[in-house]
Ligand binder design. Structure first.
Ligand code: PBG
Ligand code: ZN
Length: 325
């Protein structure tokens, strides 16, 4: 004999929506944008639908369209034309920040990624020693703090260090406060893993470590995927150094980390659905193997269920189609 028990409440669609324990709202989403110096027109990014390498003009037009679509939070990546070993110029990114804030003011919230991998000749996230086999911690932190204060001077609402050096959150917080930027928030990439899911981003940001480096990858500063305790240490340290918002990155492969850390540290949590994760969804949809919007919504629900309040997603600008109810 068949007896309904758990299925009884699943039968009615009104009840199904009413029983949900977590919901995703458009206002939780943060849209990454790329501003690229020295290109003639906006460029597409291999693997990512409806995400572009923007010129200064196309970036403003894109943000205007995103605001009209109900997306009001952005994470800006500045990609300079000229690369250096040290002595970096953050003018291009700073000008973009000023232009965005002049045009849109408090209609939007602008976070700016703070890192050096788009700025260095070798593609590492910091300054290398002479042998080229070590990212020098403190010299890198000094450069990052200088970049963060410039971005704050230009009007950034938030700075987001993604480099994974030790002590950068404290150094950035101190540098911001010393310049009167005590209202600028720091969103730390607290648990950023050494992941294979960053591929499309590195092409977009022109930031892949050069193949001829003695240091061929980012494993000496990003976290090992098999060491969740390092994620807890890193997040607790960034919390103690004054990070306002903490982040786990990538998203889906690290839901366990997100759940554990967000339960352990009662600060706002963000999750970064990385370029490789996005491309996986988009390519499956392109081959009609999944429904693009439903799959996207499912991943966002998983992030909220695991404890994220904020989601950095390349598909944020499509939220109205994705989040139908
Ligand atoms: C590096 C950085 C990375 C991303 C943003 N900033 C990762 C990396 O290159 O190691 C990844 C973003 C994505 O894949 O969407 N500072
Ligand atoms: Zn970097």
């Amino acid at each position: 004999m068949v007896e309904l028990n758990l299925r009884r409440v699943r039968l009615n669609r009104h009840l199904r929506t009413a029983m949900r324990e977590c919901r995703v709202h458009r206002n939780q989403l943060i849209q990454p944008v790329f501003a690229v110096d020295g290109i003639d027109g906006r460029e597409t990014i291999a693997g990512l639908d409806e995400v572009y390498r923007d010129t200064p003009d196309s970036l403003l037009a894109q943000i205007e369209a995103d605001l009209a679509a109900g997306i009001d939070k952005f994470l800006l990546f500045g990609v300079p034309r000229d690369k250096h070993l040290t002595g970096f110029d953050h003018g291009f990114a700073s000008e973009r920040i000023a232009a965005i804030k002049n045009r849109f003011g408090t209609d939007l919230w602008l976070a700016v990624d703070v890192c050096l991998c788009s700025y260095t000749t070798h593609g590492h996230c910091g300054v290398l020693n002479e042998a080229g086999d070590y990212v020098v911690n403190d010299a890198t932190v000094a450069e990052l703090a200088a970049a963060a204060t410039q971005y704050a001077d230009a009007g950034a609402d938030c700075v987001a260090p993604s480099d994974m050096m030790d002590g950068r959150v404290g150094a950035i917080r101190a540098a911001l406060d010393a310049r009167g930027h005590e209202r600028v928030t720091v969103m730390s990439y607290a648990a950023k893993f050494h992941s294979s899911f960053y591929g499309p981003f590195r092409a977009a940001a022109n930031s892949a470590p050069a193949a001829d480096n003695p240091l061929s990858d980012r494993s000496t500063y990003q976290l090992d995927p098999a060491r969740p305790s390092d994620a807890l240490l890193s997040a607790a340290r960034d919390d103690a150094e004054g990070a306002d918002i903490l982040m786990v990155k990538p998203g889906l492969p690290y839901l366990d980390v997100l759940a554990d850390l967000s339960a352990a540290i009662p600060k706002p949590w963000a999750v970064y659905q990385t370029s490789g994760e996005q491309a996986a969804i988009d390519v499956l949809a392109k081959h009609q193997l999944i429904g693009r919007d439903a799959a996207q919504a499912e991943t966002w629900t998983a992030f909220v269920r695991a404890g994220a309040q904020m989601i950095i997603s390349y598909a944020a600008r499509r939220a109205q189609a994705i989040l139908k109810d």
